[in-house]
Design a binder for this molecule. Structure first.
Ligand code: SAH
Length: 446
């Protein structure tokens, strides 16, 4: 019988969704954080349950060829899970995750190489730091609300660390307390830093449970001057319990209410609350792939379903006759319309509502799509939408997905209902994490 505390030697054969190694012990999975597929590792068991074990990696006895030195000193941080795997191996892993998901549904379409980044660092345009009494500013550890103090983070923009340091110094000097989740006392809860990758503008949003004094806020504004690209400082009030980072009330303390950034020659305004793709460089790669697969000639009607702030549709609008975007969140639709106007695109219209509710109505109103792009959340497309698509029968479907499992499920259904799967391309939007984005093309069987 295996018990916690015991030391075992095992071979890691695969990874969990969270990037932990999986070995087999006594017919059960043994999860080993930090173990890579193909490695023999020495592990101390920390947990023995009827259906699984957990262990702590003591030593790598035989390293995988893709093992590399960790690029980050913050070992406990849960942000990046694949830090000890070299980048080419990460891209190969993501391709195989997509291929396995498709095979699991009996789909045998070849999967292209994962489109990766040339420089897979400093790619994020948004950092959401947690702030806890200390004051400590950092990110949560894996699976917990335990804070890992982090300044310099290799996937964030360089200005981010400087903002965190300055805010920490300000809290100390002004004796502004961090919010305490246990007794719900204190002030500062989160620090959100957003930046334009192309514009290089920086927005700082301090999230507080209660208003700091006017003097303290003046000091904060003074403290942050000198941060390169600083364009906006805002205060967000979030007095409510729970995990939501931003509250409903936001006030500009200094500078502009929005920063801007570009995507494929279009400009977008980013406010504290607005959604914007986190890795703009790779978003361009993703959208270019979607555009390539859509094979637009210029006279098509395109549906952009689950359109968010309209970016895919607007990206395609110059290559199509007309774009109809559909999105359930009203604020996102308002942003999409403003973005169309900002970029002088008059052939894109946006409809607010769920795709499964609105698309049948568009169809009944005689609006026929030549190409439908869907980009649903992790749970995939609603069955009612798939039914409608099968009935409408647009010649081409481009499926953009952030979850290979629901992608494969929906593709398999579409392939049983009149479509042929032609191309599948994974795109790496989040280097060093297990996330994988995929673009797949289906054409209507004649
Ligand atoms: N295509 C966008 C956003 C994709 S994220 C981009 O590239 O940035 C998925 C979006 O689907 C979110 O904005 C979410 O609000 C929206 N959504 C979720 N369920 C929906 C539904 N049933 N109908 C329409 N939109 C939905």
């Amino acid at each position: 019988m295996f018990k916690p505390g015991q030391q075992v030697t095992v071979s890691v054969h695969s990874l969990t969704d969270k990037g932990d190694g999986i070995a087999t012990l006594d017919g059960r999975p043994l999860y080993v954080e930090g173990g890579l597929p193909g490695e023999d590792v020495e592990v101390r068991l920390t947990l023995a349950k009827p259906r699984f074990f957990q262990g702590r990696l003591l030593r790598v006895l035989r390293a995988a060829p893709c093992r590399r030195e960790d690029f980050c000193p913050h070992t406990a941080c849960g942000g990046c899970q694949l830090r000890v795997m070299d980048y080419p191996a990460q891209l190969a892993l993501k391709r195989s995750l997509v291929a396995e998901a498709l095979q699991g549904q009996g789909l045998d379409c070849p999967v292209g190489q994962t489109l990766g980044m040339e420089d897979p660092f400093h790619y994020r345009n948004k950092a959401q730091y947690a702030v806890q009494p200390g004051p400590f500013i950092g990110f949560y550890a894996k699976h917990s609300h335990q804070l890992v103090e982090v300044d310099e983070c290799r996937v964030q923009a360089p200005a981010t660390a400087e903002v965190a340091q300055r805010v920490r110094g300000w809290m100390r000097r002004q004796a502004v307390a961090a919010y305490n989740e246990q007794n719900r006392q204190g002030c500062v809860r989160h620090l959100v830093v957003r930046n334009g990758v192309y514009s290089e503008e920086v927005m700082v949003v301090l999230v507080v449970a209660e208003e700091p004094s006017t003097e303290a806020l003046e000091q904060l504004v003074a403290e942050l001057q000198g941060v390169a690209g600083l364009a906006s400082i805002q205060l967000n009030l979030n007095p409510r319990e729970g995990n939501r980072i931003l509250g409903d009330e936001t006030r500009v303390l200094w500078g502009e209410p929005c920063i801007s950034d570009r995507l494929g020659g279009l400009t977008f305004a980013i406010s504290p609350l607005s959604f914007f793709q986190v890795n703009p460089r790779q978003t361009e790669v993703l959208y270019r792939e979607a555009l390539r697969q859509a094979e637009l000639k210029g006279d098509e009607v395109v549906f952009d379903l689950y359109c968010g702030i309209g970016t895919i549709g607007l990206f395609m609008a110059a290559h199509a006759a007309r774009v109809h975007g559909v999105e359930v969140v009203p604020e996102a639709i308002a942003d999409a319309r403003a973005n169309a106007e900002r970029n002088g695109l008059t052939n894109a219209v946006f409809h607010q509502g769920s795709a499964e509710d609105l698309v049948p109505g568009l169809y009944e109103a005689g609006i026929r799509a030549d190409v439908v792009v869907v980009d649903p959340p992790r749970k995939g497309c609603d069955q009612a939408l798939l039914d409608t698509l099968a009935a409408m029968g647009p010649p081409r479907l481009v499926y953009v997905s952030c979850n290979p499992k629901t992608l494969a499920r929906d593709l398999a259904w579409l392939c049983q209902h009149g479509y042929r799967l032609e191309q599948v391309t994974p795109v790496d939007m989040f280097p060093h994490t297990m996330h994988v984005e995929t673009v797949a093309r289906l054409t209507r069987e004649p």
